[in-house]
Design a protein around this ligand. Structure first.
Ligand code: EPU
Length: 427
C-alpha cells in the first residue's frame, strides 16, 4: 500500500514554488482537441490527473511530445475517434470536458461518465442542458454520455441553474465552434475559467466576459494552433502551503503564484492572526502565536473556495477559541473530520456545518486521505502533530499535488513516501 509517513511536529520555513493549476490544465488539455493542429503548453502540472488525461488524448489519436515533464506539444492533426471508454474517464472528474471539446469537432461523441473525489452527489445536468440548448441530443446510458449533432451547434442564450465550474467550462468549449453567438449567464468566475478563455482566445476564439457572471462566445469557423501558452499557477496548491505555514507557526515564501487569486484565503489567515505579505508573484506567510478562531462559508469564486476548507479546518483545530465552517458547495465534504478527531481535534460536524473547538496539540495517528483536499489537510495535520502520522489512500493526493513530498521536505517537514507493495531486491 502507498502511504505518506510524517514525523511531527515541524515548523515550515523557506521557499516553495507552486506548479501549474490542475483545474485549468484539465480544461485546456481537452480544449486542444478543438484545433486540427499543434498546441505548445507550458507550466503543465506533472500529476496523475494530467497523466490520465494524456492517456485519453493518445487513445483518440493525439501525438504528445514532452519537452520537459511540465512542457509538451499536443498534436491533434490526426484525431480518429471521439470515443473515450469508461475505464479511462472514470479515473478522474474533468474527463467530462471531452464532451464539450469533441462535440465541437465531431457529429457523434461517446464519453464514459466521470469519476473524481467522493464529495457527495455530483450531477452533470447543467452540462447536458447546455449541450442540448446548443442543438445536440444527449443520452446517458450504460455508464456513457452520448452526444450527437445533425448540424452545426447553434449559439443560444443560456442561464445556468447553479454556478458550476464544470458546466461553465463545457459551455465555453462547446460554443467556441458553434454558429452565431452564445451568451451564458450565472457562470462560474474561477481563475481557471479565465485561463481556459484566454487559451482559446489565443487560438482565435472570440470569448469575452470570462471572470464575470456572463460570458459571450461568438462562434468561429475554426481555430489556429498555439505556439506557446503557459498555464496559470495553482490557486489551491498555493493556498495549501499558505495554511501549512500558518498552522506550523512557520514562515514561508510561496513563489510563482498570483496573489489576487488568493485574496479570500489571505483574508482568513489575517483573521487567524497571520502576517501575509503580497509581492508581484509570491506571498510570504508567517504566524508566531496560536491562531485565532474564525469562521468560513464556502462559496464560488471570489468567495472562500471549498477546496481550501479541509486545510483551514486543521488550522482551526489548534486555534485559541472556536471556529465554524459552513460548506455550501459539496454535501459530503466533512468525512475527513473523523480523521482529525483521531488526532485529538475537537470537531462536531453536522449537515453542512462543522464547529471546531481549538485544542492545545494534535497527535500523530494512522489516517486516511478521503479525497484530494482532505488528503492535503492530513499532511498539514501530520506536520503539526506530535509523533508519527501514516496517511493511506494517498492516490487521491497524487492526483492533484506535484512533487508534494519533495516540496514539503525542502521546507522542513519530515515526510516520506512508502510503498509496502514494492518488494525490496536483495543482491
Ligand atoms: N452542480 C449541479 N449540476 C451540474 C454541475 C454542478 O447541480 O451540472 C452542482 C454541484 O453538485 C455542486 C455545485 O454545482 O454543488 C458546484 O459544482 P461544480 O460544477 O462547480 O464543480 P465541478 O466542476 O465538478 C470543480 C473542481 C472541484 C471544485 C469545484 C468547486 C475541477 C476539475 N474540479 O468541480 O475541484 O471543488 O469545481 O469549486 O475543476 C478539487 O480540485 O479537489 C476539486 C474537487
Amino acid at each position: 500500500m502507498e502511504k505518506f509517513i510524517i514525523e511531527g511536529p515541524s515548523r515550515l520555513t523557506g521557499e516553495v514554488n507552486i506548479s501549474g493549476a490542475k483545474n485549468a490544465a484539465v480544461g485546456i488539455i481537452p480544449a486542444t482537441l478543438l484545433v486540427n493542429g499543434k498546441c505548445h503548453l507550458e507550466n503543465v502540472p506533472d500529476i496523475s490527473d494530467i497523466r490520465e488525461y494524456i492517456e485519453i488524448l493518445k487513445s483518440l489519436g493525439s501525438k504528445i511530445t514532452y519537452i520537459t515533464k511540465n512542457e509538451m506539444i499536443i498534436d491533434n492533426s490526426n484525431i480518429k475517434s471521439a470515443i473515450a471508454s469508461y475505464d479511462l474517464t472514470s479515473k478522474f472528474r474533468s474527463s467530462y470536458y471531452l464532451l464539450g471539446a469533441l462535440i465541437g469537432r465531431f457529429d457523434s461523441v461517446k464519453i464514459g461518465l466521470p469519476g473524481g473525489c467522493n464529495l457527495g452527489a455530483r450531477p452533470i445536468d447543467q452540462h447536458i442542458k447546455v449541450l442540448e440548448k446548443l442543438g445536440a441530443t444527449v443520452t446517458v446510458k450504460s455508464g456513457n454520455v452520448i452526444a450527437k449533432k445533425t448540424h452545426k451547434l447553434k449559439g443560444e442564450h443560456i442561464f445556468l441553474d447553479v454556478v458550476s465550474v464544470g458546466a461553465t467550462m463545457n459551455s465555453i468549449l462547446a460554443a467556441t465552434l458553434a454558429e452565431g453567438t452564445t451568451i451564458i449567464e450565472n457562470v462560474a468566475k474561477e481563475p481557471h475559467i479565465v485561463d481556459l478563455a484566454n487559451f482559446l482566445n489565443a487560438m482565435g476564439a472570440k470569448i469575452s466576459g470570462a471572470g464575470t457572471d456572463t460570458i459571450k462566445i461568438v462562434g468561429v469557423e475554426n481555430l489556429k494552433q498555439v505556439s506557446s501558452y503557459s498555464i496559470i499557477p495553482d490557486q489551491i496548491e498555493a493556498g495549501t502551503f499558505m495554511v501549512a505555514a500558518a498552522a506550523t507557526g512557520g514562515d514561508l515564501i510561496i513563489n510563482n503564484c498570483i496573489p489576487k487569486h488568493l485574496e479570500s484565503i489571505t483574508a482568513k489567515l489575517i483573521e487567524a492572526g497571520a502576517r501575509v505579505e503580497e509581492f508581484e508573484s509570491s506571498v510570504r506567510v508567517s504566524l508566531d502565536k496560536k491562531p485565532n478562531g474564525f469562521s468560513i462559508k464556502t462559496s464560488p469564486h471570489p468567495g472562500f473556495p471549498t477546496d481550501m476548507q479541509p486545510q483551514m479546518c486543521v488550522l482551526l483545530s489548534i486555534c485559541n477559541s472556536t471556529g465554524i465552517i459552513v460548506e455550501n458547495i459539496w454535501e459530503s465534504r466533512f468525512q475527513y473530520t473523523d480523521e482529525l478527531i483521531k488526532m485529538g481535534a475537537k470537531i462536531t460536524a453536522h449537515g453542512n456545518t462543522a464547529v471546531v473547538k481549538g485544542v492545545d496539540k494534535l497527535y500523530g495517528s494512522p489516517v486516511k486521505a478521503y479525497d484530494l483536499r482532505a488528503g492535503a489537510a492530513m499532511i498539514i495535520a501530520g506536520i503539526v502533530a506530535e509523533g508519527r502520522t501514516e496517511i493511506s489512500d494517498i492516490h487521491h493526493i497524487l492526483r492533484g499535488y506535484e512533487n508534494i513530498v519533495e516540496k514539503f521536505s525542502k521546507i522542513g517537514a519530515k515526510i516520506e513516501y512508502v510503498n509496502d507493495n514494492v518488494e525490496v531486491q536483495n543482491d
